[in-house]
Design a binder for this molecule. Sequence first.
Ligand code: ADP
Ligand code: MG
Length: 317
Amino acid sequence: MGEFELIRQFFAAAPCARAGGEVVLGIGDDCALLDVPAGHQLAISTDTLVAGVHFPEQPDPFLLGQRVLAVAASDLAAMGATPIGFTLALTLPNVDPEWLRLFAEGLNRMAESCALRLIGGDTTRGPLSLTVSVLGRVPAGRALTRSGAEVGDLLCVGGPLGDAAGALPLVLGQRQADAQLADPLLARYWAPQPQLALGQALLGRATAALDISDGLLADAGHIAKASRVAINVQRDALPLSAALLAFAGLPGARACALAGGDDYVLLFSLPAAEFSALLAEGWPVTVIGNVSEGQGVYLLDEQGRPLDVDRRGYEHF
Ligand code: ADP
Ligand code: MG
């Protein structure tokens, strides 16, 4: 199968590749063409996943298709952006039609659940690697950045932490568990749900936001630095799932929540009154700390005493 037939069959013909909405022209020309509605800015983010680094060497292609788009779309959620479309740069060691069919199915599943249209890409031969760029729109000047956290704000997360990191020994085949425990954890690793609706609900409310990809403490550090504040995390307030607690125990679950990566849950700061409003609207948000004067990230015990923190999340270099 040639490059063009591959693109046509698996990507251009996918339901998520239909033009519409802001996408005036999709796959097939030299560029895609997008309308950006008046009063909006374009939000763009790129993520690369490499076999053996970001996922096992022989991944399930359906799950990989879901995951590569989910991790990219999560950046749109973190800015409060409304999804428009995405491009896919695919490097493949060989052309395996069954593998591609399943990969495209997983990709399409996540694309439809995120309302993202596939608008183009590139296809090359080499060691398996995937690059997705996502595009969204946000009302001009209102995107959620990392730099606006204010002293006195609450620090919140949009859901349980550490599940994906807890699933890693399962993903790598180092540990086994009953499906009852393993399935919910593996789902959080392979198919994280980008918190797009929550991100949009935070517009005009959150003072700073990001999506947790490198671990809570490391990512909280990005907000602290950009906002020039201290961030205090209450160890006992971390939301932990029942599956993670049963699989890893309390100390293990806490370690996953604090330093494990791959959560793709929103972390944000906001005034207390805004938090009450979010709760009243039914958003699954939890207060895990606050913002104070100073610099850096502090982990506190139930008496408010600082705890030592050794691992600060995953850094590639
Ligand atoms: P060019 O040579 O002009 O860069 P290509 O031949 O690489 O174009 O691609 C032809 C069309 O197919 C373009 O619209 C491109 O965006 C799209 N495309 C290529 N690879 C992919 C892919 N993996 N997924 C989606 N669209 C793709
Ligand atoms: Mg090309």
